[in-house]
Each structure stands twice: as C-alpha cells, then as structure tokens.
Design a protein around this ligand. Structure first.
Ligand SMILES: Cc1cc2nc3c(=O)[nH]c(=O)nc-3n(C[C@H](O)[C@H](O)[C@H](O)COP(=O)(O)OP(=O)(O)OC[C@H]3O[C@@H](n4cnc5c(N)ncnc54)[C@H](O)[C@@H]3O)c2cc1C
Length: 395
C-alpha cells in the first residue's frame, strides 16, 4: 500500500528531528521522518556538541544565538533533556589573531552576545592549570558550553512525536521521486511514500539522495577524529570548553571525568560515512594528547579511554546550505554544515520549517542559499581566521 504524507523529512539526526519538531508544532500537517538507521545514528551521534556563539560572520552567529536560547530553556521550548552543560567557553588565539578576535567580539557584542576578551593572565586566573605563554588573547562566553547530542536529538524527536510526527527508522530512502519539475514523494526500501514536500537533512549522505532528483549538492566528506582521555587530577573538577587556535585543537569535558579532544585530519580528506572506525587511526591518540597538553600540560600522561571517527559535510565556504532545491518544487535542503551544525540545529529546524511552510524565516537565511557559490558570494566574515593545517576547528 502506498503511504502518503504532507512532508517527508529524510534523516533523523539533530537537523531532521529539529525540522520535524518545528513543522509538526507549527501545523505543517502529517510529517513523516525517515532514517536508514535509528534516531541519531549519523554524524550527530559522533558530534562534539560544542554550543558557542563565536563566529566571524553575523549570519551564523544569529543562528547560534537563537539556538542557544533553546539549550538554555530546553524544557520549556522542547521538553525533555538536552544535557546542556554551561561550562563557559574560551576561543583562544595566538598573538597574530588578536586584532581579528577584537573585531569579531565587537561584531558579536553588537548582536547582543555576552562575550569579552580575556588577556593571557586572565585566562590563567580563570583556568589555573592552563599554559599561557603562546596565548595572545581569548574570547570568553560565560553562557556557552556543550550539550549531549544523543539526548538532544531524542528530545527533539520525542517533541515532534508529541505533535503528531511519525518516525520510520531502519527505512532507507532509495530515491526522491519527481514529475513535471515537482517532488511527488520518495521510494524507500519498504515501499513508496507520496508527498508534495520533501526535506533532505541527510548529512554527508545528502548529495547521493539529491542526485536522484537531478540536484547537485557540492559538498565534500571530511574525516574528523576525536579522542577521549581520562581527566587528570588537575582538571578533575572540570574545565571550560575550548576552541584553541594557538594549540590547534578543541576540547571539552565529557561524562565520567573524561575530556573530549578534537584531533583530526584537516583539509578535504575523503571520509566514507558508512565505514567509520569506532576507534582511532594510528597516531591520532598521540596527536590529540599533544594538542590538549599544549594548553593543559597535565594531559601529557593522561590515559586514553576511547575515540571515534566522524565526517563533516563540508561545503565550498564551510557554511551551511539552507534552501529550496533548484528546479524541483517542493524539495528542500538543510545540509553542508561543515562540522559546525549541532549547536545551530534548534534554529535550523525553526527556519527550515518556516521556509517549507511559505513563511518568512525569522532569522535571515538568504546568505545560505545554494546559488551563492555560482554567484561568487560565499559566506565570509570580515575578519575570518586562517585555516590551520591538520586541525578541525570549524566545529
Ligand atoms: C567528529 C565531529 C565533531 C563535531 N563537533 C561539533 C561541535 O562541537 N559543535 C557543532 O555545532 N557541530 C559539531 N559537529 C557537526 C554536527 O555534529 C553536524 O553538523 C550535525 O550533527 C549534522 O546533523 P544532521 O542531522 O545534518 O546529520 P546526521 O546526524 O548525519 O543525520 C543524517 C541522517 O540521515 C540518515 N540518512 C542518510 N541517508 C539516508 C537515506 N538514504 N535514507 C534514510 N536516511 C538516511 C542517516 O542515517 C543519518 O541519521 C561535529 C561533527 C563531527 C563529525
């Protein structure tokens, strides 16, 4: 029997679940979410889940600001628990980036963000275990931290269900069906579903799916590795979340007195999202340890607990694509998050639902249109930091 839906959402990661929650809550009708695995079985599960606002352009910052309001007031807005930990956040730069840091903090303060510049000595006062001789300055956000990506996604899915959305897991979409320039549904391993609206929120798998509707999404899978260490005595009571350009890493506390460290292969290294290691490739443990110990020397002898690989869905400018698919009415894309989507997922769900329902997105998303690449208008901050070879600092 052919099933029907008003809206099909492909992918039950943080994005798909957030989109479904907002669609169902705001009256989009019969919303069906399909995932070839389970809820939160893709890259969201592997995410660092840092929640911070420090961006170099106002467009991403606005999404992150709105989304952090959800993390702060999760129970009222979504319900359930997202595991948000308000540890405070430091964006650390070397002396060469101090001017840019000041400019970006000024831009963020103009958007209403509570953030301030800390001198190296102030960093040391806030985090007495930190080495500061290579620090130029740091941007501090008292209201930021990290969340639990699994709990967040399950809570969004549960909220979507409460509003009537249906989830079909273990259900792979094999093709997006179109006729006369319009979407008419999807084919799945369990049979077709008719729908006039389809939203693709399939992470690094999105290009393959969109190709079935004749749409090209130019994103590259970038392999990222993370390592968990047991926290040494010096930080046993915790530490802030760091994105540390000077040390070339990002790290945060994790459950069970652990520290999660982004090691990573920088650059456009191919990564196959269907064949990722639960574990690390040789050398990653040492790399991660060296990077975190470069900021907090007590990690030099830290005990390795475990690690895993993940894949970023990297777009040409490292920014998201939030748009209608060109040439196919009723088809929408939320992708290309380039390793920095989790923290924005509540706001992405909001604006995508608005776009799908024909409303004006409450946060401007025109900068994230797909055509910006052909138009030569990538999303760029006025004071972007340079790329660091072999570090994964987009998060
Ligand atoms: C190692 C790592 C660390 C990160 N750290 C951070 C961070 O600290 N902060 C931050 O903001 N962001 C971070 N990110 C990025 C963030 O996790 C992602 O941007 C976000 O989780 C993407 O969510 P998504 O729902 O788009 O994708 P996914 O979670 O990958 O979900 C896509 C879903 O689509 C499903 N799917 C795919 N193909 C099909 C099909 N044919 N049929 C049905 N279902 C299908 C998959 O099974 C999957 O469940 C990190 C990412 C990685 C990999």
């Amino acid at each position: 029997m052919v099933r029907t839906a008003d809206v099909v959402v492909i992918g039950a990661g943080a994005m798909g679940c957030s989109i479904a929650f907002h669609l169902a809550r705001d009256g989009a009708g019969n919303v069906v979410v399909l995932d070839k695995g389970g809820i939160c079985s893709g890259m969201t599960f592997r995410s660092g889940a840092l929640v911070r606002l420090h961006y170099t352009n106002p467009h991403e910052a606005r999404l992150a600001i709105r989304a952090r309001e959800y993390f702060h007031h999760w129970e009222e807005i979504v319900g359930g628990d997202c595991g948000f930990q308000n540890t405070g956040f430091l964006f650390v730069v070397g002396p060469e980036d101090v001017e840019k840091l000041h400019a970006n903090v000024a831009m963020l303060r103009g958007l209403g963000v509570e953030t301030e510049i800390l001198s190296p000595t102030e960093v040391r006062e806030a985090q007495p275990f930190a080495r500061i001789d290579d620090v130029g300055a740091a941007a501090y956000e008292p209201g930021s931290g990290y969340a639990d990506p699994h709990k967040t996604t399950l809570a969004l899915a549960e909220a979507a269900r409460r509003y009537g959305a249906e989830f079909l897991t273990g259900c792979a979409v094999t093709a997006i069906r179109t006729a006369g320039g319009k979407v008419i549904g999807v084919d799945t391993a369990d049979g077709p579903i008719d729908a006039g609206t389809v939203v693709v929120a399939a992470g690094p798998w999105a290009p393959k799916l969109l190709a079935t509707a004749g749409v090209t999404l130019d994103i590259a899978p970038t392999l990222a590795e993370v390592v968990y260490f047991r926290r040494p005595q010096e930080t046993v009571m915790g530490h802030m979340v760091y994105i540390d350009r000077a040390a070339g890493s990002y790290f945060r506390p994790a459950d069970g007195r652990m520290t999660f460290v982004g090691a990573g292969h920088g650059g456009p290294t191919a990564g196959d999202p269907d064949h990722l290691l639960d574990g690390n490739t040789p050398g990653q443990e040492e790399l991660a340890r060296a990077r975190v110990a470069a900021r907090i020397p007590a990690y030099q002898p830290a005990v390795y607990a475990y690690g895993h690989q993940g894949v970023y869905d990297t777009s040409a400018d490292g920014k998201a694509i939030l748009d209608r698919a060109p040439g196919v009415e009723g088809l929408f894309i939320a992708g290309g998050f380039s390793g920095t989507g989790f923290k924005k997922s509540p706001a992405v769900g909001l604006v995508m639902a608005e776009l799908v329902m024909g409303r004006e997105p409450s946060i401007p998303i025109t900068p994230f249109r797909l055509s910006r690449f052909a138009e030569g208008e990538p999303v760029r901050g006025a004071h972007e930091y340079g790329f660091i070879e072999s570090a994964q600092l987009s998060i």
